[in-house]
Ligand binder design. Sequence first.
Ligand SMILES: Cc1cc2nc3c(=O)[nH]c(=O)nc-3n(C[C@H](O)[C@H](O)[C@H](O)COP(=O)(O)O)c2cc1C
Length: 141
Amino acid sequence: MLYHVIYSSRATPPLTVEQLQEILEDARAGNEKRDVTGALLYIDGVFMQVLEGEKDTVVALMARITADTRHEDVRVYHEGAVDHRVFGSWRMAYADGTPAQLSAWAGLPGTTTLDAILAELGRDTTRASAVARGILGAIAG
Ligand SMILES: Cc1cc2nc3c(=O)[nH]c(=O)nc-3n(C[C@H](O)[C@H](O)[C@H](O)COP(=O)(O)O)c2cc1C
């Protein structure tokens, strides 16, 4: 069964450009092995990631990722079966962005701080899928 997870987390400070690059390399290598696709968004110390693949694979990978000490405060907004991959062409697409972009994607134009946006995403999980589409738009150009 094709499955996805959308979560956010906070980078364990200080996160250098090199460390971010290393996380992406680890992710791409791991996902190649597992036939997982997805996207990683990084905004002001906050990660938002979409993982797509076989259910058992994604659940097991999510457990490893959650245990990774390079980030903390992992919050899952949505997980479940999906009919198709949104990021099928990317082992792990990368995008950076601003809180304003994230709030626009989430349909929360009046919500300006990252903390407030994440709190709203937690309240209404349908917004997480909208964010995934926003990330896709940002990386697809
Ligand atoms: C924010 C973040 C996102 C990550 N995303 C992935 C991912 O998509 N795929 C992956 O295999 N590892 C990902 N990792 C790395 C894993 O946590 C872990 O380091 C990697 O799977 C290697 O694990 P191992 O050393 O136990 O084999 C991510 C780590 C962080 C901090």
